[in-house]
Design a binder for this molecule. Structure first.
Ligand code: ADP
Ligand code: ASP
Ligand code: MG
Length: 433
């Protein structure tokens, strides 16, 4: 077996998503790719997701036995999916003549806070991984999980294996964190919704943060935050074909300021409306505090002005659909306490967003986006903006048409003619998918 190399070897972290390890053939394919990297001389850590729809199936299993599964026990259950993948891949790699060791998140030294089902990584104590790499072993780490400061198993939220991979890459000072997935990289829109979406050669951390926050599942939001904060080089690429994917880089490195880089969407929104809120200071603060205490992430908020001083106001906001039950549980006692009118909900909401670093200084983007949606007959229910993003809440069934119309109108498609930009704003560097 190879021992520690004479010259400093490259360290790579390779993460394979659920589709990439869905069956025996795919596990073998991923294992071969891992072995190839090792044979090229790299120190290799591979982070694996649960196979195929395992996490969904485990979640459904929990709901079969309990309407509100205990979060600690949920984590015990969910963490098993990624362990299965790692043990199987280690078996394949051993059969291929290399030494592999599979580790749970806890064994890998991933320490988190105690927020079950959505824990945050606090520390990575990678000594065991380092030792195994020094021995020439390939290390397989179960993604999406860690051990809390209270020594319980935790999981990192949906898509959390991306964050495991980035955190390990940071702790090991890896040369690159490769995210192998079922599409060829980060695209100008979800290629499953927009047939001519374009693969981006590179995307800035700032844009990728906005994209991840607004529904582009390809990288988990926390993974992008972690990579930006720790300077991790992320390469998002296909596990089924060779060739480069998309590099996520700092804005200085990308040197591109596209007006609009991508259209993203989410179908998993819910709207909550509170009517007849008492018009006095502190009420909005109380509403948001009970939601925050219940761990509910509030996205867009609208509160209308009361018609006259002292009259009642209405407030609407969106939450992830999966948090709707918790939001209602948290709000109901407050509604009774403060004498708020009604608590109404609509769980069939979606969101479509435009993201682009060049938007900062070009207000025309919003005008064009709203007109395009209007002409397509899509009713905008709420709007939120950041310097490089415009998001609109629309009905869930209108999401697809909204995404396609915006993608076409801003000429983001692979076949679109890219006119010279009169303001000297750079166009994105792109290639065909
Ligand atoms: P994995 O299981 O490998 O982690 P995910 O399902 O979490 O994969 O993320 C990959 C999926 O993200 C793709 O199959 C694609 O449908 C979706 N996606 C959404 N928006 C984008 C985008 N802008 N670019 C690439 N993929 C996207
Ligand atoms: N298996 C988990 C999920 O489906 C984590 C991941 O795949 O990143 O969300
Ligand atoms: Mg994912």
């Amino acid at each position: 077996m190879v021992s520690a190399e004479a010259s400093p070897a490259r360290t790579v972290v390779m993460k394979f998503g659920g589709t990439s390890v869905a069956d025996a053939e795919r596990i073998k394919r991923a294992a071969r790719r891992i072995v190839e990297a090792r044979e090229e001389g790299s120190r290799v850590v591979a982070v694996l997701s649960a196979r195929g729809k395992t996490t969904d199936e485990l979640t459904a299993m929990a709901h079969e036995v309990s309407p509100r599964p205990d979060p600690r026990e949920m984590d015990m259950l969910l963490s098993t999916g990624e362990r299965i993948s790692c043990a199987l891949a280690a078996m394949v790699i051993n059969d291929l003549g290399h030494e592999a060791i599979s580790l749970t998140g806890s064994q890998a030294g991933i320490v988190t806070d105690t927020s079950h089902t959505r824990a945050r990584i606090l520390d990575v104590r990678a000594t065991r991984i380092e030792a195994a790499l020094d021995e020439g072993q390939i290390v397989l780490v179960a993604g999406f999980q860690g051990v809390s400061t209270a020594r319980d198993v935790t999981t990192l939220g949906r898509g959390g294996s991306d964050t495991t991979a980035v955190a390990l890459a940071a702790a090991l000072s890896a040369d690159v964190c490769e995210i192998y997935t079922d599409v060829a990289g980060v695209f100008s829109a979800d290629p499953r919704v927009v047939a001519d979406a374009r693969k981006l050669v590179q995307v800035s951390f700032e844009e990728m943060l906005e994209m991840a926050a607004s529904g582009a599942k390809v990288l988990q939001l926390r993974a992008v935050e972690y990579a930006r904060n720790h300077g991790v080089r992320v390469h998002c690429r296909s596990s089924f074909e060779d060739g480069p994917g998309t590099f996520v880089r700092s804005e200085e490195e990308t040197m591109e300021r596209p007006l609009v880089t991508a259209v993203t969407h989410s179908r998993e929104e819910a709207r909550v409306t509170l009517t007849r809120l008492p018009d006095r200071p502190g009420v909005a603060g109380r509403v948001m505090t009970v939601l925050a205490d219940a761990g509910v992430n509030v996205d867009m908020i609208i509160q209308n002005e009361p018609e006259s001083p002292g009259a009642a106001a209405d407030m609407s906001f969106t939450v992830p659909r999966s948090d709707l039950l918790s939001a209602c549980d948290a709000l109901e006692p407050l509604r009774a306490e403060l004498g708020i009118g009604e608590l109404a909900t609509d769980s069939a909401m979606g969101k479509v967003s435009l993201v682009g670093a060049g938007m900062r200084s070009h207000p025309g983007v919003a005008a064009k986006a709203f007109s395009v949606l209007g002409e397509a007959g899509v009713n905008i229910q709420m709007i939120a903006t950041s310097p490089i993003k415009i998001s609109c809440v629309v009905r869930e069934e209108e999401v697809d048409v909204a995404v396609r119309e915006l993608h076409a109108a801003f000429e983001l498609g692979a076949g679109a003619v890219q006119p010279e930009d009169p303001r000297g704003v750079h166009r994105p560097v792109v290639s065909s998918p």
